[in-house]
Design a protein around this ligand. Sequence first.
Ligand SMILES: Cc1cc2nc3c(=O)[nH]c(=O)nc-3n(C[C@H](O)[C@H](O)[C@H](O)COP(=O)(O)OP(=O)(O)OC[C@H]3O[C@@H](n4cnc5c(N)ncnc54)[C@H](O)[C@@H]3O)c2cc1C
Length: 541
Amino acid sequence: MGLSGTKRVLIAGGGVAALEAALALRELAEQGLKIELLAPEPHFWYRPLSVAEPFELGEAHRYELGSLAAAAGATFTLATLEGVDVAGHRAMTSVGDISYDILLVAIGAVPTVAVEGALTFRGPADSDKIRDLLDALSAGSVTRVAFVVPSGAVWSLPNYELALMTAAELEQRQVGGVELLLVTPEEEPLQLFGRDGSWAVRELLAERGIAVHARAYASEFADGELRLVPEGRLDVDRVVALPRLRGPRVDGLPQTVEGFIPVDPHCRVRGVDEVYAAGDITTFPIKQGGIATQLADAAAEAIASHLGADVRPRPFRPVLRGLLLTGGRPHYLRRELTGTGKVDTHSPEPLWWPPAKIVGRHLAPFLARFAGLEHPPEAAPPAGVIEIDIDLAAGDPSGSARVPLPALEGDGDTIGGLMSTELLVVAPEDTLGEVAEKMREHDTGSALVADYGRLIGILTSRDLLRAFAGRVHPSEARVREWMTAEPISLPNTAGAPAAVLLMNEHGIHHLPVVEGERPVGMLGYRQAVAAMSRRGIGLGF
Ligand SMILES: Cc1cc2nc3c(=O)[nH]c(=O)nc-3n(C[C@H](O)[C@H](O)[C@H](O)COP(=O)(O)OP(=O)(O)OC[C@H]3O[C@@H](n4cnc5c(N)ncnc54)[C@H](O)[C@@H]3O)c2cc1C
């Protein structure tokens, strides 16, 4: 299919979402489209197999981005996206300005330390540290190790793989007297995959003698103690933790406090024309390769349609597929949530082809072809595998704080009964002067910003100070320019533990409460903690 005139789509990023989007776009519009990829790294990294490297069960592959881009019908520029001039349709990059008709931001997330003092496993660069840990366990100088899933937006599966493969490796080396712990804020191991998937994983962990500490929030590791919040500790020799993810900053685009970009179900960046975002950089809380490709596919369809291709864009509909390396007997398992919700397939053979860890409609077969694999392998995969396929139901990728906490909802008091309903709600076009006056009248330090009834921001007295210190005029500056967009919020059906967890994690003392998308209350930290201690439920553990 062709477009009228040549349109220029600039894709910032050279990872999973960027490549999937380029491939999908090329399929949707063979002619009339110039696709340019832009990334600061000349390689595409296929990171999931990095967990297998220390155990010699696989390795993280990397490919030249220039060659991949050419094979995908795109060009590649080695540069960093630094900012966007939305009105001028220009991307500000480390090699100068680049003009575009459509910009797709797919720049991934940056790993940061979640548990101070722990070995943070970010990918291939940390394989040697795991090798050293295995040697220390074999030598007997380390005997108790905790594998920690941090709270927040992460993909927890690699942590389970590391724990399971460590246990398998120690068994193979005939090392005894070791205790392995799996510490996670989830209610059940790999909770996102539902009850059956969770139980399968729990059984595997039990078989390997790995003790599960669920509903546990680790904060730091020091002096042989893994400290938990709000209280508790585990005595261990070493801690391996996954990182907490943050979005790289891009001037000119809306981003949450953690740097994630809010998008609608077609991956359009909220409030910004002709700019789309896909992958880990978006506010969708599951930071996973398969999800990144699905976001990219939704973005590609919306972009092609916007540019005039004859395509009806479908909204993002997340389907979760996990392939768990266990270091033991190969074991595939498939779960359909849209049907009966039962585990319906077990198989020692791959259940999809190519048997990729990152399942992308275009990316997986493309990479397989690129690697010269046109046919299914004759031999079984090298390590034990569980495949789980879950339909998360039609999703709103902007649901930053809503998706990852389902199990905490309704546990004890719901925050709907704890929050204050005396709210100051203002409009994005109100002036700062008007809002300052209302804050004084209501004797409050913050105002919620709603657009057509939907919570879109929060403005605090600190924002006002910032604005006035910058000498803006109170009757000219607008709330929209100074508010924090897409603030962290919780539904009124959430439980107090979920609220305290979020406030601890983000260092905030007030949390907007919503019903649907409508702001209905404000919850103070003290109210939430008091409710928890009244019921003695702690942070869920
Ligand atoms: C150890 C590990 C194991 C994993 N296991 C799995 C798994 O089993 N299954 C699964 O589905 N997912 C897994 N994931 C997650 C998966 O790798 C990510 O979710 C996925 O790569 C996200 O894709 P993305 O395109 O958003 O970001 P990335 O793939 O990280 O790509 C981001 C790209 O943007 C570029 N970039 C960064 N900043 C800029 C900038 N300012 N301007 C331009 N370009 C920029 C980067 O160089 C890179 O090319 C794993 C991740 C890790 C670390």
